[in-house]
Design a protein around this ligand. Structure first.
Ligand code: NAD
Length: 458
């Protein structure tokens, strides 16, 4: 069997490995999950809930180990890795709670003459085996967003974590086993997307595919899925507007964090920041000052704010896009520097909508600050994107907030916050190129269950 090395993304050291799953191994894993389904789906809700709650306690207890694994294999700054562990604790608590309230509703059958005299209601039933595929950037919490709702709903699952970050998922699977999850209910398969991932997608048994990753892979998975139900959580080039009437002092540090946390490798990272002309000069000055105060480098350093990118390729691409924007007339106000996989937080001005740093997903620590005069124009610019995940608008004017809520075709609008805000029980997902369906524990459960209608005649 061949192995996949796991690399420390800052030092380049090989510090672990996992076995690569062949198509036959994928078939075995799906077979195990299918055999485990009858018993797990018949397990009472209170018992499923207990396993999930116990898992959340164990995640909390193993915080140090999990955060360190995330920091090493994903290159995520330790404090953000620790924050991810906290969110995963919550995701499992939400799933433990939701496991106890998966229910349908009664239907007034006599609304139709044909239904008179009947009683109708529906149940939500588990679907079977869920095939889950996850990206590198949140190796614990995005795995949790597949595993916890699937288990809460009574499904079994086969998970393929990102090839760059498999060890966190392995640690989570161990925790679930220790929490009492029966054997076979969760199976992990490791390997590259086009081989192991595609073998899982093409397998005929899973009833549902839950994918988080890039739009091109999402599109491919959709085309391979056939009649399986599919949830796709894809990318974005998120925008946020700052109006002059806003609490600008509050907005600036939040915008800085939103642009550079996890080295910009967040699907709702702030990439396009629209700042009104009237405040632009002082805003940019303070934004740059706070950006330059960030600690850049080793993610295991507890004060680190910005660690390395996930790969040399990712750093090469980010560097290329910054240089290209510069050669097309943009100005690098700060950053643009690179050492190994680390790209210094980069602020650009003078960018235009057609530049790659604006119109494509950067997934790197770079942000363009664009000035505008008219709020309607700013809304149009934020909306001028094939993506539609989340957007932000800072304003104290309710009319402007309403206009943003009504006009932007996105899955979530954050008023007086940036695009990056998320808590794990809210519905989360995108429109158009940002995906299909929603996660957020209750909403993921809805997408991982079938409706079974029951009609009782006298
Ligand atoms: P990616 O699409 O390269 O890989 C994601 C997963 O898909 C990995 O496990 C990979 O092995 C697998 N994969 C790749 N090719 C495959 C194939 N042909 N068949 C089956 N599986 C395949 O994405 P990434 O680089 O790991 O993550 C970055 C992307 O994920 C960005 O676009 C980001 O916006 C997106 N993302 C979205 C969300 C969200 O919730 N909307 C969250 C995090 C990341």
């Amino acid at each position: 069997m061949s192995t996949l090395p796991v690399i420390d993304k800052f030092t380049g050291e090989r510090f672990g490995e996992v076995l690569i799953a062949s198509p036959e191994d994928v078939d075995c894993a799906v077979g195990d999950a299918a055999r485990a389904f009858p018993a797990w789906s018949a397990t009472p809700a209170h018992e499923r809930s207990r396993v999930l709650r116990r898992a959340s306690e164990l995640i909390d207890a193993r915080r140090e180990m999990l955060a360190t694994t995330i920091a090493r294999e994903a290159g995520k700054a330790w404090k953000h890795a620790d924050g991810e562990v906290s969110r995963s604790v919550e995701t499992f608590v939400f799933a433990a709670e939701e496991a106890k309230r998966i229910h349908g509703e009664t239907i007034p059958m006599d609304a139709s003459p044909a239904g008179e005299g009947r009683i109708g209601f529906y149940l939500r039933t588990p679907m079977g085996v869920v095939a889950a595929i996850t990206p590198f950037n949140f190796p614990l919490n995005l795995v949790a967003h597949k595993v916890a709702p699937a288990l809460a709903a009574g499904n079994t699952l086969v998970l393929k974590p990102a090839e760059e970050t498999p060890l966190t998922a392995v640690a989570l699977a161990d925790i679930l086993a220790e929490a009492g999850l029966p054997d076979g209910v969760l199976r992990l398969v490791h390997g590259e997307g086009p081989t192991t991932g595609e073998a899982l997608v093409r397998h005929p048994v899973p009833a549902k595919i839950s994918f988080t990753g890039s739009p091109p892979v999402g599109r491919l998975i959709m085309s391979l899925a056939g009649l399986k139900r599919v949830t796709l959580e894809l990318g974005n080039n998120s925008g946020t507007i700052v109006e002059p009437d806003a609490d600008v002092a509050r907005a600036i540090p939040r915008c800085v964090m939103s642009s550079f946390a996890n080295a910009g490798q967040v699907c709702i990272s702030l990439q396009r920041l629209y700042v009104h002309d009237a405040i632009a000069e002082s805003f940019i000055r303070e934004f740059v000052r706070q950006t330059e105060a960030l600690t850049v480098g080793n993610p295991l350093d507890r004060t680190c704010d910005v660690g390395p990118l996930i790969s040399d390729d990712a750093a090469d691409r980010a560097e290329r896009w910054i240089r290209e924007a510069e050669s097309e007339g943009a100005r690098i106000v700060t950053g643009g520097r690179r050492e190994g996989r680390v790209i210094w937080p980069t602020v650009l001005t003078g960018t235009r909508p057609e530049m790659k740093v604006m119109c494509q997903e950067a997934f790197a620590p770079l942000v363009s600050i664009v000035t505008y005069r008219d709020f309607d124009e700013a809304l149009r610019l934020v909306g001028d994107s094939p993506y539609g995940l989340q957007a932000g608008v800072y304003t104290r004017d309710l009319h402007k907030a309403f206009a943003a809520v009504r006009r932007l075709d996105v899955g979530g609008i954050m008023v007086n916050d940036t695009s990056i805000f998320r808590v794990d029980h809210m519905p989360y997902g995108g429109n158009r190129m940002s995906g299909i369906g929603r996660e957020g524990v209750r909403f993921a459960i809805e997408e991982m269950t079938n409706i079974r209608m029951v009609v009782i005649s006298p």
